[in-house]
Design a protein around this ligand. Structure first.
Ligand SMILES: Nc1ncnc2c1ncn2[C@@H]1O[C@H](COP(=O)(O)OP(=O)(O)O)[C@@H](O)[C@H]1O
Ligand SMILES: [Mg+2]
Length: 428
């Protein structure tokens, strides 16, 4: 796949130039009686070229101009940017702090919301992609219309078409009555296509057709219906890589990726942890009719520095678990066993109220030891993430004995299986 490079040659492209090429392209087709394969190849090549140029123009329009507006406001601090979002009555069903990467994602989503442009959200599992899709819906003109969510990875391939586009009675065994598909249900509103990278190639072709023509056809029906559904898609996969591997259509990627929002993993916005932690402590207490939990200092320290491979969903699950299991003061033993750290060398009798997050430093030697342990743990977690949880591969890369590596992982309470790609998440 030719990777799209917005900088390359963009200075020479203009709308007039693109239009001229389009005219040449059109008249070639208009006057051709019959096209041989080489001529088709040539036209296809020109067409691809034209698409790249239009993408570059659209990039310039969407981002370069947007960043000029941003530049006028470049003296705004992150705190002011956050405040500005709040003052603009930005609808967001959660909390956000002043992390610049997250603020950027929210600002892009806010700008995209009132348009009908497709939005593609990417980020690791649990980073808030679905929440962001709701932001796009709730801050746009369709907020009072339907919001329909479809998990493309959870529907068997044989049912996917009927699920998305509906079916008529008798279309297949078991189709006992006419049924509306998700696109029809989302008419006038938004359809959220979650885990779009899981969509089989056959369904990708059909989806592309709907995005191009805004028309659907129920399975087993000849009738064509117009639908007006705004599409927001999400993925935790690298779709460009899937295109290169041939499992995702490049033309579909371009259709979906008009506005692109990337959500950073929680380990890259650790400054947001205290805020989220407080939010979930209060939410869990309210739902379980309890007081917000109190916890020992070592548990508190753990929660502030843990790497959260499952991101915000994992943090939320941990807090709900602690609220449920602890009577009195929550401690390391209330953590899920898979992530429970070694308790040695940590002061047991201090605790902090979950409303106050405090840092305390013991002796320098203890502090160094803890820091070094933490670094070793983070290093191993990063390594496992890179090799998708394969211990043998990590041992090879680190030139370490495999059983020694297993022992070190165990010491840190790291479970390699949690880094395997298909590991199922649990939700409270
Ligand atoms: N900024 C946030 N504030 C509060 N809760 C959040 C925030 N971001 C994500 N969450 C919560 O974390 C969980 C995972 O988010 P979700 O949108 O389902 O992630 P993803 O779709 O990326 O897997 C959900 O329960 C969601 O409500
Ligand atoms: Mg999700």
């Amino acid at each position: 796949m030719k990777l799209y490079n917005p900088r390359k040659g963009s200075a020479t492209i203009s709308y007039a130039g693109v239009l001229e090429k389009l005219e040449i392209f059109r008249s070639t087709l208009q006057w051709a009686n019959k096209l041989e394969r080489p001529a088709i190849q040539k036209l296809l090549h020109q067409c691809n070229h034209l698409r790249d140029e239009i993408l570059q123009l659209s990039h310039r329009e969407r981002f370069v101009e947007a960043s000029t507006i941003h530049a006028k406001n470049k003296n705004a601090s992150d705190a002011e940017r956050r405040q500005a979002l709040v003052e603009r009555s930005f609808v967001f069903e959660g909390v956000f702090g002043e992390n610049p990467k997250l603020l950027e994602a929210l600002e892009v989503a806010e700008k995209a919301a009132p348009t009908d442009l497709p939005v593609l959200i990417d980020g690791e599992s649990g980073t808030g992609k679905e929440l962001m899709a709701k932001v796009v819906h709730a801050n746009g003109n369709r907020a009072d219309e339907a919001y329909i969510s479809v998990n493309c990875g959870a529907i068997p391939e044989s049912l996917l078409e009927s699920e998305l586009f509906g079916h008529n009675k008798g279309a297949f065994t078991g189709a006992t009555h006419d049924r509306k598909g998700k696109f029809e249900s989302a008419n006038g509103g938004t359809i959220f296509l979650d885990e779009i990278g899981e969509l089989p190639l056959t369904s990708q072709v059909k989806l592309l057709r709907v995005l191009q023509s805004h028309e659907i056809q129920r399975v087993g029906s000849d009738q064509i219906k117009q639908v007006d559904a705004r599409v927001v898609a999400a993925t935790n996969k690298d779709l460009r890589q899937l295109c290169q591997e041939g499992t995702f259509r490049e033309d579909l990627l371009y259709r979906l990726n008009v506005i692109h929002v990337t959500l950073p993993p929680l380990r890259e916005r650790q400054d947001e942890i205290p805020l989220l932690y407080q939010y979930f402590c209060d939410e869990a207490a309210e739902r379980m009719h309890r007081q917000p939990i109190k916890m020992t200092k070592r548990l508190n320290d753990f929660l502030l520095t843990y790497q959260y491979p499952g991101n915000i969903r994992e943090l939320s699950n941990i807090i709900y678990r602690l609220t449920c299991l602890s009577t009195g003061i929550a401690d390391l033993e209330h953590l899920p066993e898979a992530i429970r750290p070694d308790k040695k060398g940590v002061n047991k009798d201090k605790y902090t109220d979950s409303n106050k997050i405090t840092f305390e430093v013991g002796s320098l030697t203890d502090y160094k030891k803890t820091a070094s342990d933490r670094a070793e743990k983070q290093f191993l977690q990063e390594g496992l993430r890179e090799v998708s949880g394969k211990v043998a591969e990590l041992a090879r890369r680190l030139d370490m004995n495999r059983s020694h590596l297993q022992t070190v992982l165990k010491k840190h309470g790291i479970q390699s299986k949690t880094f395997r790609p298909k590991a199922k998440e649990s939700k409270v």
